[in-house]
Design a protein around this ligand. Structure first.
Ligand code: URC
Length: 296
């Protein structure tokens, strides 16, 4: 019997990078969190601490900062592809790279009805993400969104479920449905108009959430993924993670009041967590594009 190193990767996690474009007095800012991970032959480091193949995570971090100055950052997907291809193309033992990028939104502060040139406010909890996997000469791009918080005040039911000795949940034909959408979608190609694609996928997710009369969050999840795939032939699959942000109707009877779905207690935990993949059945799977991603 032997004991050998299994699959491994290493890199710098959550590099915080803010870039200011000072080309004109009207500054533009980009706020990214970047994680790098290199894959390849690092067995010697794992077995004996021989670091001959180990490009320091510190150098990987520095590369991200230098690239933000050397080239325009551009689309997060392109920035991640550029970094991943650099590591794989220039360091012989590096045969693969996974680059994660999350972009945090900032908006201009309005002063006297106009956006200020160099003062911004954070644009909320929603982030746009890219997860790029470079595997030798192959590259896979998975775009995504996190923290897209949505709620419908009606148009959601939940009934017909099995009951056992521990079931107390009443059936309902009218409830609040709320979630914080985490979604990732895999592109078939690497040359895409990324921002347009992102805006269109986001719109499809939101529209499906709004217009699906929901009998279960599971059904809404599928409808959201299906809407994305129907509108985007270049997307192979969508993975969604949807916390069911429960809203419980408050019993106001002790106060002599009725409550026709008007006053709720918004619980933050525990929450149902509904996750699923919506995929085309006629495209090859790409497990490596997803390997090690936190959600799935
Ligand atoms: O949409 C729902 N799906 C469930 O699986 C579930 N389980 C639960 O208690 N409430 C809900 N709601």
């Amino acid at each position: 019997m032997g004991i050998v190193p299994g699959p491994n990767q290493y890199g710098k996690a959550e590099i915080r990078l803010v870039a200011v474009d000072r080309g004109t007095a009207r500054h533009e800012i980009r706020d990214l969190t970047i994680s790098t991970a290199l894959r390849g032959d690092f067995a010697a480091a794992h077995r004996t601490g021989d670091n001959a193949n180990v490009l320091p995570t510190d150098s990987q971090k520095n590369t991200a900062y230098a690239f933000a100055k050397r080239h325009p950052i551009g689309e997060v997907e392109d920035f991640a592809l550029r970094l991943g291809k650099h590591f794989v193309g220039t360091r012989e033992p590096v045969r693969g790279a996974r680059i994660l990028v999350a972009e945090h939104a900032w908006e201009r502060i309005e002063v006297d009805g106009a956006g200020h040139d160099h003062a911004f406010r954070r644009g909320g909890a929603e982030t746009r993400t890219a997860a790029v996997t470079v595997d030798g000469d192959d590259a896979h791009v998975v775009s995504g969104v996190e923290g897209l918080v949505v709620l419908k005040s009606t148009g959601s039911e939940f009934h017909g479920f099995p009951r056992d000795e521990y079931t107390t949940l009443p059936e309902t034909s009218d409830r609040i449905l709320a979630t914080a959408v985490s979604a990732r979608w895999r592109h078939l190609g690497t040359e895409v108009a990324w921002s347009e694609s992102f805006a269109s996928v986001r719109a499809a997710l939101l529209s499906a959430f709004a217009t699906t009369h929901s009998l279960a969050l599971q059904q809404t999840l599928h409808a959201m993924g299906e809407a994305v795939l129907e509108a985007h032939p270049g997307i192979a699959e969508v993975r969604l993670s949807l916390p069911n942000k429960h809203h419980f109707r408050v019993d106001l009877e002790p106060f002599g009041l009725d409550n026709d779905n008007e006053v709720f207690f918004a619980a933050d935990r525990p929450y149902g967590l509904i996750e699923g993949i919506v995929t085309r059945d006629d495209v090859p799977e790409a497990p490596i594009a997803w390997y090690g991603l936190p959600e799935f």
